[in-house]
Design a protein around this ligand. Structure first.
Ligand code: IVH
Length: 720
């Protein structure tokens, strides 16, 4: 150990380095004792003395300052975990477009939605899409108070201490900025800083990082802000959340404002009105891409006028007023070593190509999805030939793989010249490789064609389906139980002892009781667990005994019911009891409950059928009822604008509307908390009828539903 008594002035470089290492470890230990365990071993004065000594040595030997230096530590406590922060306005994502034609469609859809806008009268901004992590920075009275990651869009993680280490992000806003201002943008790592970091890591014989984005993400999620500080992160501002006052009325004006507040904004942002110019700017940014010091994966277009953005509003997860025009994915050649079959939650058999490892766009790729049997054969979803000449994919083939963003790599094409002479067509299995049940392709009733998916018919008998079902149940957007991930599910599923075994979702919630009652296998004695982690796990499970209704519905794993549909159902029925009752009433696929289900905007017939099917299966109902003995789904929050005169009402628009397009009418009503239905039933509260309204109007009269015209609608909802 270094001798603390040696005066700093006489320390050799070697001794200084050793002492800095010692001090880093020692101060970290005292931090943990003080903040983490509440059991300090030294007085505050002694702690300060160590810290000052560290600083003095660093001042004399700046080259020796360590990545984990205590002087780089910002804020006091290394956090135990990140606290959740609910965003004042949700953080949404963007729809993707891939071709010039898609962009033209996007622009056309904006004009169509707004109606009656002269050609080339709507301006758009076009700016690079930064490949980093989105961040929401909340300023109150000019001071940065919280910084939150996007998380699931509704709730993110509080990473304020780490964000404070980013020099490019102002801690204060200039006088005159709104009292509440949420600035949003992308945190990223420059390519040059990434390369330098990796050189350092390699020189120290440590594992290097994969790409700037993942490294930036890892750096931000450090519990110790000192580590974040040692990795240079940067920021571009491009959006905002809550603003107590709007400083501008266009997107481009807002960007100018953010710039004047001291935020870096991207210099390649342009305001354009003609589609051809927009596409031209995309090409220019694409050409500049290799020379930029940061990764970008496309160009984002946004309607410039904020009042038009407001009118356009949002679809479920993304705004109608913006889109991301992605750059083509990167590609590489490799060979298919074998083809494995994975069995998913719904029994779908998905073939996966195991590839000779190859680097694509900086990431090593070893697997690529082959989607389904048709895809391997060279047949697309609508029966068309895919890949050049519809070549099939065989084991031993040389293929072109591509990777776009976080998407699973795809096999793009087969290099026929390199096909081995003995390669034979792949034979898709006729039985499930996990449970041996028949695997079938159902006939699609609408098209008369075979469904592209081959499914295991084993249902609950199939271990793969049961395990995947559980993994879905505990996943991030479902029950999200900390400490119970895919790995643990595999372990609990296979457990020999019944006091440990988890086979269905309710078993998760009886685990603690079964453990307490059992003399045999105690979880805490099993490798990888331990008393503390077991306690934490049980607490994490208990924390989920109350859960938002939409998460509960999503967790059930009903086919076609993803997060968006789960939210629609939660909103539509309010409580789980009402939902289940209605689904059982809808069993005959007719009658009022069935009509109501189909009337939920966004729920189509295929989805509706799948939900009803789910509740027809007694096993499902039985598992859910056991689950409900352990867990309480909370009633869904009703839409935000609950004080609007149409909140909670079911509205039908019919006939031709003259002041707004049908889409706009629907979006407006939903924003005001109304449910928009496609047909009139006894449950309809209001029909807005334009000229030419026909059978729906007759039905409204028959049921005695209130009917108003477009002007009366605007009167009723008041100024927007
Ligand atoms: S606008 C409501 N602009 O892309 C839309 N997003 O796919 C708000 N991103 O989560 C986003 N560069 O992390 C916007 N110039 C840019 C962007 C950008 C990168 C990211 C952002 C967002 C994701 C959406």
């Amino acid at each position: 150990m270094a001798n603390e008594k040696t005066p700093v002035e006489t320390l050799s470089e070697e001794a200084a380095a050793a002492e800095l290492a010692f001090l880093a470890a020692e101060l970290a230990r005292h931090d943990e004792l003080y903040h983490g365990k509440d059991q300090p071993e030294i007085t505050d004065a002694d702690y300060d003395r160590l810290k000052r000594r560290n600083e003095a040595i660093e001042a004399r030997f700046p080259a020796l300052v360590r990545d984990d230096s205590p002087s780089r530590r910002v804020g006091a406590a290394p956090l135990a975990t990140f606290a959740p922060i609910t965003h004042a306005r949700p953080m949404l994502s963007l729809d993707n477009t891939f071709s010039d034609e898609d962009v033209r469609d996007f622009v056309a859809s904006v004009y169509r939605f707004l109606g009656q806008m002269p050609d080339d009268s709507i301006a758009f901004t076009a700016e690079p899409k930064i490949d980093g992590l989105s961040m929401s920075l909340r300023y109150e009275n000019g001071r940065l108070v919280t910084a939150a990651t996007r998380g699931d869009g509704t709730t993110g993680e509080n990473v304020t201490a780490n964000i404070l280490t980013i020099g490019e992000i102002p801690n204060r806003l200039p006088a005159g900025a709104p009292v509440v201002a949420e600035v949003r943008g992308e945190v990223y790592m420059a390519k040059s800083d990434f390369l330098a970091l990796n050189e350092r890591m390699a020189a120290e014989g440590r594992q290097t990082y994969v790409n700037p984005r993942n490294t930036a993400a890892g750096s931000l999620r450090q519990l110790d802000a000192a580590v974040t500080a040692s990795r240079k992160l940067r920021f571009f501002a491009y959006a905002w959340g809550e603003m107590s006052e709007m400083p501008a009325d266009t997107q481009s004006g807002m960007i100018e404002t953010l710039k004047s507040w001291g935020f870096p904004v991207n210099p390649m942002t342009k305001r354009l009105t003609k589609v051809d110019d927009i596409i031209g700017h995309y090409r220019e940014i694409g050409l500049a891409r290799p020379d930029l010091d940061y990764d970008i994966d496309g160009v984002v277009y946004k309607v410039d006028r904020l009042d038009l953005q407001q009118r356009l509003g949002f679809r479920s997860r993304s705004p109608r007023w913006a889109t991301a025009h992605k750059f083509p994915a990167e590609q590489a050649f490799t060979t298919v070593e074998k083809i494995d079959i994975q069995v998913g939650r719904t029994g779908a058999l998905t073939p996966v190509a195991r590839l000779t490892p190859v680097t694509v766009g900086g990431v090593v790729v070893t697997n690529a999805t082959l989607h389904n049997a048709d895809y391997i054969e060279g047949i697309g979803n609508s029966g068309e030939r895919i890949r050049e000449d519809g070549h099939d994919i065989r084991i031993g083939d040389t293929v072109i793989v591509q990777r776009a963003g976080d998407v699973i790599p795809q096999v793009l094409d087969v290099v026929m010249e390199k096909r081995p002479a003995d390669a034979v067509p792949y034979e898709f299995p006729k039985t499930c490789p996990v449970c041996g049940s028949h695997a079938v392709r159902e006939k699609n009733e609408k098209t008369g064609r075979l469904d592209s998916v081959t499914r295991c018919t084993g249902g609950f008998v199939c271990r793969a389906q049961a395990v995947e079902h559980l993994k879905h149940f505990v996943s991030r957007n479902a029950f999200d139980i900390e400490g119970l991930g895919a790995k643990q599910i595999d372990f609990f599923f296979e457990a020999e002892d019944e006091a440990l075994r988890i086979r269905t979702a309710p078993d998760i919630f009886t685990l603690r009781r079964r453990q307490e009652a059992s003399e045999l296998t105690k979880l805490e004695n099993i490798d990888g667990f331990g008393k503390v982690s077991v306690g934490k796990l049980f607490n994490a499970i208990d924390e989920r005994r109350r859960i938002a209704l939409h998460r509960f519905i999503y967790a059930l794993g009903i086919r076609h019911v993803g997060e968006t549909n789960a939210k629609l159902l939660a909103r539509g029925y309010g409580t789980y009891e009402a939902f289940e009752k209605a689904m059982k009433e809808a069993e005959s696929l007719s009658g009022e409950a069935w009509t109501d289900l189909n009337n939920i905007e966004g729920i189509g017939e295929v989805v509706a059928r799948a939900i009803v099917e789910f509740f027809k299966e007694p096993r499902n109902v039985e598992v859910v009822s056991r689950l409900l003995e352990e867990v309480t789904p909370e009633a869904a929050e009703m839409p935000a604008a609950s004080d609007s005169p149409v909140a909670g009402k079911t509205v039908v628009f019919t006939g031709s509307l003259e002041k707004m397009t049908r889409d706009e009418a629907k979006a407006m009503a939903e924003r005001l908390g109304a449910k928009v239905a496609g047909s009139v039933s006894k449950k309809t509260d209001l029909v807005v009828a334009g000229p030419g309204a026909g059978s729906k109007l007759d039905k409204a009269r028959e049921f005695g539903v209130e009917v108003i015209d477009e002007d009366q609608w605007f009167e009723r909802i008041g100024p927007q």
